[in-house]
Design a protein around this ligand. Structure first.
Ligand code: NAD
Length: 228
């Protein structure tokens, strides 16, 4: 029996945009209404934890209201034919809700809280708010399980190994401007088949075929072509 081909899919905020979750950098994106420094750095958390908790509580409520779209659902179908790893910069759970079973979150997960004293103490919270006074088992304030600017991105070595072993790589909805996650495309094999779907990109990785447009339009097409 032939071994299944390995597929790695790298996703960013753009894949969830058509589900109704704002990206950060596009016009109308979240950074137009909030300062990155205030809500996505350890210094912002120290200065105003109430504001930071409220920002992510709103994001978490919004994630619970929306549904996976045709792009998330198509990627889940790939698992019937290939060994698939999804490496996402997204903190939402739409890949899992669409049915993908191997999802690596490099920037954390909004549906989890973690201890502000020990980053390894992580608790699933679903769609519940985190409030001032909610504490971990060590008695420290809980914070969102989100990687802020200046903090270590998670699972990078493991992710790079999956990219290196991939026969096919699909990049969807990321501006490729947030490092080190954006650098994962540098690990692709020269011989791998590579496709990129986005409205716009800041760097164009070599060897990728660029599908400029919406994830819900191009991802199902690419998935269908790969399955056939
Ligand atoms: P980004 O905001 O920098 O870029 C979004 C990218 O998606 C752009 O290239 C844009 O052209 C593309 N895009 C927008 N709408 C699209 C659509 N309908 N179809 C296809 N492409 C589309 O996002 P990023 O590169 O992922 O990095 C920003 C950081 O923000 C990440 O760390 C991510 O964790 C975080 N973030 C996560 C969420 C989420 O979890 N849903 C939402 C916003 C931001």
């Amino acid at each position: 029996m032939n071994q299944k081909e390995n597929i790695v899919v790298l996703t960013g905020a753009g894949i969830s945009a058509e589900s109704g979750l704002s990206t950060f950098r596009d016009s109308g994106g979240l950074w137009e209404n909030y300062s990155v420094y205030e809500v996505a750095t350890p210094e912002g958390w120290e200065a105003n934890p109430e504001l930071v908790l409220e920002f992510y509580n709103q994001r978490r409520r919004k994630v619970a209201e929306v549904e996976p779209n045709a792009a998330h659902l198509a990627l889940a179908k790939l698992e019937d034919h290939f060994d698939v790893t999804i490496i996402t910069q997204n903190v939402d759970n739409l890949h899992e809700r669409a049915g993908s079973t191997h999802v690596i979150h490099v920037h954390g997960e909004i549906t989890k809280a973690r201890s502000s004293a020990d980053p390894a103490l992580i608790t699933p919270i679903g769609s519940a708010d985190i409030n001032i006074g909610d504490t971990c088992e060590l008695g420290s304030q809980l914070r969102p399980h989100i990687v802020w600017f200046g903090e270590a991105v998670q699972h990078m070595e493991e992710s790079a190994r999956f990219v290196e072993q991939a026969d096919k790589v699909l990049v969807v909805g990321t501006s490729l401007s947030v490092y080190p996650a954006a650098g994962l495309v540098d690990y692709c094999q020269a011989a791998a088949e590579k496709a990129l779907v986005a409205l716009e990109v800041e760097q164009f990785p070599s060897g990728f075929e660029f599908y400029q447009g919406k994830a819900t339009e191009f991802v199902p097409q690419i998935v269908q072509a790969w399955i056939e």
